[in-house]
Design a protein around this ligand. Structure first.
Ligand code: ADP
Ligand code: ASP
Ligand code: MG
Length: 406
């Protein structure tokens, strides 16, 4: 018998009717003769609502209590799904993260999974039960409940699939697969039949929320075959795997974007070996994630550094920088990051040039740039974000060649 891990996201379990639909999708796999482990997210916008409740009490709630609070969302959906399956005549058992043996590092709010003791899950499977596991949560060595970061249920599913050596891991969501760009913003977006782990990892890290980046990391490291597909439609989704055929000759396979970016510039820093490590260590110690960094020499004595951050971290960043005497700090918010991704870039020079040309043609000023082997990211004005993505989508022919449906 094959083992299959299925994951259903928030929208897919957003109402009782949808939970019934999920139960039917689970039953299909059971009836196909598989052992089935199901991972679910909290219903609909529950996690956001819980965050809002906490914010009504505290502007900086303790991370431990936030984990305690947010982990309740998934506990509701596992129990409801187990009940739905039992009502339909199937044996099902729900497990919280700790009951499922998911041990994480001791970092509240964004913990990594360290180890999974699958013995309890395996035993239930042997007993003929469908096992339903709460996504997004785990427990530390000291028995503290942790969460895996927003969108982390994907990671629970892929990590479980790896630990159970499952034959496949299906991520059921509210779109029919991974698209060339977010189909909610760009109507020309096309579903990809397949995408490589590396490309998917870049897209996920650069803001394509369809998969949690750590889920893709796990899938790549443990070679878990992944499929992203719709929880409502029957059509096949997108396969995420190691090698992808280059028959489509696509240099760029997808475009990711995110808003709420701020560029911070610090001028008048004294030159010296310790300036950069001191600033960025101070920011890191406050948990501030710095993205693109540009250093420019201004005159003989001083240097200036610009970097991008998430706008939500701006206040804390300014607090950190205020402790430097004699420096001038400026910032620009209302920015966005638009990135093109594709492994074809490695062997094709001129992709950056083409990207800048397209952006210039539609009047978009590029404020910062960063590149890797398979991606180019630009920081631009937030108000131009969607127009820029649409123009790039067309220029790199994503609407034409990427069309693959099965
Ligand atoms: P779930 O609750 O099922 O985990 P998410 O909201 O986390 O669902 O992820 C699905 C969403 O990801 C889609 O509704 C879509 O708006 C967004 N998305 C962003 N980039 C892409 C992309 N390249 N392909 C498909 N969906 C994308
Ligand atoms: N419920 C969590 C969130 O909204 C985890 C997830 O959905 O993957 O972020
Ligand atoms: Mg998600």
């Amino acid at each position: 018998m094959a083992t299959i891990v299925q994951k259903f996201g928030g929208t897919s379990v957003g109402s009782i009717e949808r939970i019934q639909n999920v139960a039917n999708r689970v039953i299909e796999e059971v009836e196909n003769g598989n052992y089935v482990v199901v991972v679910v997210s909290a219903m609909g916008k529950t996690t956001d609502e819980l965050v809002q409740l906490a914010k009504q009490i505290s502007s900086q709630p303790s991370k431990r209590e936030m984990d305690m609070l947010l982990s309740t969302g998934e506990q509701v959906s596992i129990a409801l799904l187990a009940l739905a399956l039992q009502e339909k005549g199937y044996q099902a058992v729900s497990l919280t993260g700790w009951q499922a043996g998911i041990q994480t590092e001791a970092v509240h709010g964004n913990a990594r999974i360290m180890e999974i003791d699958t013995s309890r899950i395996r035993q239930y499977l042997q007993e003929g039960k469908i096992v339903i596991v709460a996504g997004f949560q785990g427990i530390t060595e000291n028995g503290e409940i942790t969460t895996l970061g927003r969108g982390g249920s994907d990671t629970t599913a892929v990590a479980l699939a790896a630990a159970l050596q499952a034959d496949k891991c299906d991520i059921y969501t509210d779109v029919t697969g991974v698209f060339t760009t977010d189909p909610r913003y760009v109507k020309q977006a096309r579903k990809l039949q397949e995408i490589s782990y590396d490309e998917m990892l870049e897209l996920a890290n650069l803001g394509a929320g369809v998969l949690h980046p750590r889920a893709v990391e796990f899938a790549k490291n443990y070679q878990v075959p992944l499929e992203v597909r719709s929880s409502v439609e029957q059509e096949r989704g997108t396969i995420v795997k190691e090698d992808v055929s280059m028959e489509q000759h696509l240099i760029v396979r997808g475009i990711a974007f995110e808003d709420q970016v701020t560029k911070v510039t610090v001028q008048g820093l004294s030159k010296g070996l310790w300036t950069l490590p001191t600033i960025f260590t101070a920011l890191a110690n406050r948990g501030i994630n710095v993205d693109i960094i540009i250093q420019s020499m201004t005159n003989n004595d001083t240097t200036s550094v610009s970097f991008s951050i998430r706008t939500e971290d701006l206040q804390e960043t300014l607090e950190v920088l205020q402790s430097w005497q004699g420096v001038k700090v400026e910032y620009e918010s209302q920015l966005a990051k638009v990135s093109i991704v594709g492994s074809g870039m490695i062997s094709n020079p001129g992709v950056a040039a083409q990207m800048f040309q397209v952006l210039a043609d539609c009047g978009v000023e590029v404020k910062m740039v960063s590149t890797s082997e398979i991606k180019i990211s630009t920081i631009i004005a937030q108000e131009k974000m969607v127009a820029a993505v649409e123009a790039l989508h067309e220029a790199f022919q994503l609407d034409e060649k990427a069309v693959v449906s099965s």
